[in-house]
Design a protein around this ligand. Structure first.
Ligand SMILES: Cc1cc2nc3c(=O)[nH]c(=O)nc-3n(C[C@H](O)[C@H](O)[C@H](O)COP(=O)(O)OP(=O)(O)OC[C@H]3O[C@@H](n4cnc5c(N)ncnc54)[C@H](O)[C@@H]3O)c2cc1C
Length: 408
C-alpha cells in the first residue's frame, strides 16, 4: 500500500500531524497499537506550566528541549494552530497561549493549564475560587473519585462544601463489580433518561450551593451529554478529572481520529509497526504485525510512538531502545544512572528520548534518516511532567513536522 505519509502511533501527536497533512490533501495512514496517553489525560493540555506566561517561560528551558529547536515564535504559531484545529475537529477548549489559566484538580489542588476541555471550569487565579459554597457530588459505588480530597482542597481555599452520593438504579449492574464501575462504562449509560434522572437527583441535592463539582463521567463519544446535563441542572457544573480511564481524554482521541478519517485518512488501530526497510538513508516502507504480507510505502514517515508509557521507548536490562528501527536514543549508559533512588527527586529517565536534528529527524548511528520525522513525547530533552509541557510538545512538534513535509 502506498501513501504520501505513514504515521506510526495514533496518540495526540500522531493524530495532529495526520489531521494537518490530510486536510492539506495528502493520502495519510496512521498505524497505531492502541491506547495512548490521552486515555489517561486530565483533559487539560499543558504548554508550559512553570510560568504565568508560558511563552516567556519556554525561553528558560535547556538547549536540547524540543521547544528550543522550534524557537518561541514557532511554538506560539503552532500552539495557536492547535486550538484552531481542535475547534475544527469539534473539540471545544478554553485557554490561551499568552497566559495560563488554572484548574482545580481532583486532589484538591490548583494547577496551571494551557487549554482545558469544556468539561472544566477555568480559573483566573491559583488562590481564589469563584464559589463560596459548592456541592461535591459522586455516584454511589464509584471509587475513582475522592470527594474528601476535593472538600479538603476547597476548605483550604475558603470554600464551604457538602458531599452528596447519588444513587441511580440504572447503574446497579455496574456496581456489582468495582472493575465495571469505571468512568468510561458509566459514561456509556449516562445518556437520555438516565441523564435526566441524574439531573433530577442533583437538583434535589443542590440546596444553596452555587455550583456542583462532580467526576467527569459524562459524554464519551461526544460532549453532547455533558452539555445536556449542564442545561438540566439549576447551577453550573464543574467536572473534575477522575482516575483513568479519562472520559474527556478518550473523547478527545475518538473525536480526533474520526475527524482524521473524515478528511480521508486511513486509521489502522490495534496494529503494531514492527520493522522498516531502509535504502540509501531513506525509509522506504514499514511492516506491521496484523498485515505481515503488506508493505506500507510512503514518501515520508512520522514516528509518534510515545515514551516508555506507550512502548515508544523500551528499557531492556542494560540499554534503552527504540524498538521498531533501533533509532539513536539519548540516555545514560548505566542502568544505575537511569533513576534517582529518591522517588521525588528529578528522574533522569524522564528526559530520555530520540536524538534528532533541528528538523526532528531521528538518527541511526548519528546520521539523520532523510524522510523520517519524530514528534511528541518520544523526543529527547523534555521533562513533560516536571515542566508541564506534555500537550504543547506533542501538538507543536506534530504541526511543525507536518509543515516540513508539506514544504511550508
Ligand atoms: C499517564 C499520562 C498522563 C498524561 N496527562 C497529560 C495531561 O493531562 N496533559 C498534558 O498536557 N499532557 C499529559 N501527558 C503527557 C502526554 O505524554 C502528552 O500530552 C501527549 O498526549 C503525548 O502524545 P504522543 O502522541 O506523543 O504519545 P502517546 O499518547 O503515548 O501515543 C503513542 C501512540 O503510539 C502507539 N504505538 C507505540 N508503539 C507502536 C508501534 N510499534 N506501532 C504502532 N503504534 C505504536 C501507542 O499505542 C500510542 O497510541 C500525560 C502523559 C501520561 C503518560
Amino acid at each position: 500500500m502506498r501513501y504520501d505519509t505513514v504515521i506510526i502511533g495514533g496518540g495526540l501527536s500522531g493524530l495532529m500531524s495526520g489531521i494537518a497533512l490530510a486536510r492539506a490533501g495528502q493520502q495519510v495512514a496512521i498505524i497505531s497499537a492502541g491506547q495512548s496517553a490521552l486515555h489517561f489525560s486530565s483533559g487539560s493540555f499543558e504548554l508550559y506550566g512553570g510560568a504565568e506566561h508560558p511563552l516567556e517561560g519556554i525561553a528558560t528551558l535547556p538547549a536540547e528541549h524540543p521547544y528550543q529547536k522550534l524557537g518561541v515564535e514557532r511554538v506560539a504559531h503552532y500552539a495557536e494552530q492547535t486550538q484552531e484545529l481542535l475547534r475544527e475537529a469539534g473539540i471545544q477548549t478554553t485557554g490561551s497561549t499568552a497566559r495560563n489559566h488554572y484548574r482545580f484538580t481532583p486532589i484538591g489542588m490548583v494547577k496551571p493549564a494551557w487549554l482545558s476541555l469544556a468539561d472544566y471550569t477555568p480559573l483566573e487565579s491559583a488562590d481564589a475560587l469563584p464559589w463560596r459554597r459548592v456541592l461535591v457530588a459522586n455516584l454511589e459505588g464509584y471509587l475513582d473519585f475522592f470527594p474528601s480530597f476535593v472538600s479538603a482542597g476547597l476548605a483550604r481555599l475558603g470554600v464551604e462544601s457538602s458531599v452528596a452520593t447519588i444513587s441511580l438504579p440504572q447503574l446497579e449492574h455496574l456496581r456489582k463489580s468495582t472493575t465495571e464501575m469505571r468512568a468510561t462504562n458509566i459514561a456509556r449509560i449516562l445518556e437520555g433518561d438516565v441523564l435526566r434522572a441524574l439531573a433530577e437527583a442533583l437538583n434535589e441535592r443542590v440546596g444553596d450551593a452555587e455550583a456542583i463539582l462532580m467526576p467527569a463521567v459524562v459524554g464519551l463519544k461526544s460532549d453532547k451529554a455533558m452539555f445536556e446535563l449542564r442545561e438540566q441542572v439549576s447551577v453550573p457544573i464543574c467536572f473534575l478529572p477522575t482516575m483513568p480511564a479519562s472520559v474527556p481524554g478518550v473523547r478527545t482521541q475518538l473525536t480526533l481520529s474520526s475527524y482524521f478519517q473524515q478528511l480521508g485518512g486511513a486509521y489502522l488501530i490495534g496494529d503494531n509497526v514492527v520493522r522498516g526497510n531502509f535504502e540509501d538513508g531513506r525509509l522506504v516502507s514499514v511492516r506491521s504485525n496484523n498485515h505481515e504480507d503488506v508493505e506500507f510505502r510512503a514518501d515520508n514517515f512520522i514516528i509518534a510512538t510515545g515514551s516508555f508509557f506507550s512502548h515508544g521507548l523500551v528499557a531492556e536490562t542494560n540499554r534503552i531502545v527504540e524498538p521498531i528501527f533501533g533509532l539513536d536514543v539519548e540516555a545514560d549508559e548505566q542502568r544505575t544512572q537511569w533513576y534517582a533512588k529518591d522517588l521525588y527527586a528529578r528522574q533522569p529517565y524522564m528526559s530520555y528520548g530520540l536524538r534528532s536534528d533541528d528538523r526532528f529527524r531521528p538518527m541511526i548511528e548519528g546520521r539523520p534518516i532523510e524522510n523520517l520525522y519524530a514528534v511528541g513525547s518520544i523526543l529527547a530533552g523534555q521533562r513533560a511532567i516536571e515542566e508541564g509541557t506534555g500537550g504543547g510538545v506533542a501538538t507543536t512538534t506534530a504541526l511543525y513536522v507536518a509543515d516540513l513535509i508539506l514544504n511550508r
